[in-house]
Design a protein around this ligand. Sequence first.
Ligand code: PMP
Length: 459
Amino acid sequence: MPSWPDVEPNVVPNVEGALGNLEAVAAHVMSPATRLSFPSVVVDGGAGATFWDRTGRRFLDLHSMAGVANVGYGHPRFVEAVVEQVRRLVHCNPAYVLHEAPIRLAQRLAASTPGTFPKRVAFGLSGSDANDGVIKLARAATGRQLIVAFTGAYHGNTYGALSMSSVSAAMRRGFGPVVPGIVHVPFPDAYRSPYRGVDVAESYLAELDAVFDVVAPPEDVAAIVVEPVQGDSGVIVPPQDFMTGLAERARRHGILLVAEEVQTGLGRTGRMYAAEHFGLEPDIMVLGKALGGGIPISAIVARSELMDSWQAPGHVFSTGISPVAATAALAVLDILADDDLVTAAATRGGLLQRGLTEMQDRYAEIGDIRGLGLMLGADLVSDPETRTRNRILAAKVIKGCFDRGCYLTFLAGSVLRFIPPLVITDNEINHALETVEVSLKSALSGKVSDEEVRELTGW
Ligand code: PMP
């Protein structure tokens, strides 16, 4: 056996070559299901809102590794807390023995999420497993089987979570049957709504009522699971009246309201939780991604009494909540508060949104700018009237940004996705805006060929 860090020769035949061409090696040894088709780079380090590759080439990150790096890369207080905890103890599991950090974290999450009622917390490792947990908990707590989820939702890739998701057929292709009892209802997308010119909230609530009438009797529905701002389907902000109507129906029918805040939580939208924008007090809230600042952790925060309805080992994972993950999450919460990053997300989000909206006035191809805080989307269209998605242009813009040192991705085939670390500075936002505009101009003037972006299909 070779000793670390040598690599088994049959996996990576030539280490020198591998260091020079890791992309090719990755294609050889990593499953394609685990890699999305965006421009890629071999990352070596990061600080603040920037990461760099082995050669020192820097990228301003407008993506936060899909909304994980809310406190940025290498925040000194985060690193210090995690390293200190790694030295003391990497792992023990509350399934067996207690550690102070997860208990303190549960207290902090219960106190910081909307609603003054008592809450308890179940930890896990990813947004996906937390959402599987939500299905189990809601069914156990209500004795009902059906779950209402929304078109365009992304809840994750484990079976329960993917069964509630409705954002990409590639998530499901070949994997069926998925978990039964999940009913998808249209989510109000004001920009692409077939109900243009009429009240969007009312029309979509009518769709939900129709589903209650014909396929999902409300007394059989355990939970409505909703992202307060849909992320991966292209940053869709629902109308206030829709969310109010949803909460009202949940209350009326004894259905649990679940705010799925894996992406929107922890300051991203300019409030600690996006549910606050809508005045919601969900029965269950789901957190993940940014919570651990990159160390895997998820949390289901639910009304205390609901947690009485499931028993161990109903939601136990061997590496479920390590002291390191809990310490990392406590550090994230401290940094969000001490550095005032929630306010920063609102003000810097405002700066970015204004810049994008001004850009929209200059380019007919920018059909819509939308989002909350530092969770923004720019929807590129080939015709502002038909609002036809412009994938080629979106791919060319992100490629252009990449070549110019800004890391950006697109969603839903046309939506430039802006979710930078909340520590991004005003200067960096201005630089990002300039880079996007230069890349857009260059793409529109035909300087990038379609062939160059053929493989950048995104989600
Ligand atoms: N929920 C939402 C809203 C998400 O955006 C994501 C990830 N994109 C998930 C759940 C899944 O989280 P994870 O990838 O950590 O399983």
